[in-house]
Design a protein around this ligand. Structure first.
Ligand code: SF4
Ligand code: SF4
Length: 215
């Protein structure tokens, strides 16, 4: 089918599929407060995330994205009546996204993207904490888990349950020590590991022994 569209109709459909990943060109927007850190969420390397063109796929580099509105995928800056509420200061990816011609946006996916370490001050005491979290709670095996979800060994399931508990324990301690609000936690550590497993269909419940995974 040939598309006749040549301009943006401002329908907002692209803004309802999740906030954009930020690129190096967007750093001034964060530095000057147009897009505050509280509006950002980290997608850690290895997570499965929505790609604006290809759909759900594992990310090969860390991404920092604009957070959704509440529990919705909608970009937090999208308003049903007014459209983009930061239009003049919208990120690089939003400027390039043309749903009728994806060449430009495809060319920048996972290229020159910002990570937590580009955004935080080099002396920020949370930097070593983030590195420690990456060590105790990696997520580089999510694609493998997704592909083998029905055949995981008991050993692997136990290891994943331990990772979920370690992640929650770590977050609880750091949130208390650094008095972190939820949005700063999501920027520093991304989504809790149990949520990443839930997205793969794994059941999560609490027992006296802590979090239990149901396969
Ligand atoms: S780029 Fe396409 S999907 Fe996004 S607002 Fe414009 S017309 Fe709608
Ligand atoms: S920043 Fe604006 S243009 Fe970009 S996804 Fe959000 S609402 Fe849409």
């Amino acid at each position: 089918m040939t598309t006749t569209q040549t301009t943006c109709r401002k329908c907002g459909n692209c803004c309802k599929k999740g906030g954009p990943a930020l690129h190096t060109q967007d750093l001034p927007l964060i530095r000057n407060g147009k897009i505050p850190m509280s509006a950002l969420i980290t997608i850690r390397k290895g997570e499965l995330a929505h790609n604006p063109v290809t759909g759900l796929q594992q990310v090969s580099v860390e991404l920092v994205k604009i957070i959704g509105a509440g529990r919705q995928w909608n970009c937090c800056y999208y308003d049903e009546n007014d459209g983009c509420t930061i239009y003049d200061h919208r990120p690089h990816a939003c400027r390039l996204l043309k749903c009728w011609d994806t060449q430009d946006i495809l060319a920048i996916i996972e290229k020159d993207t910002l990570s937590r370490f580009d955004i935080l001050d080099p002396d920020d005491p949370l930097i070593p904490v983030i590195r420690e979290h990456e060590r105790i709670c990696p997520c580089d095996d999510l694609q493998e888990i997704r592909e083998n979800i029905g055949q995981l060994s008991d050993k692997k399931k136990k290891e994943l349950e331990k990772r979920v508990r370690d992640d929650l324990r770590f977050r609880t301690r750091i949130i208390a020590d650094y008095k972190l609000k939820l949005n700063k936690e999501l920027f520093c550590f991304g989504r809790p590991f149990f949520q990443l497993l839930q997205a793969l269909g794994v059941g999560v419940s609490e027992s006296g022994a802590g979090v239990v995974l149901r396969w």
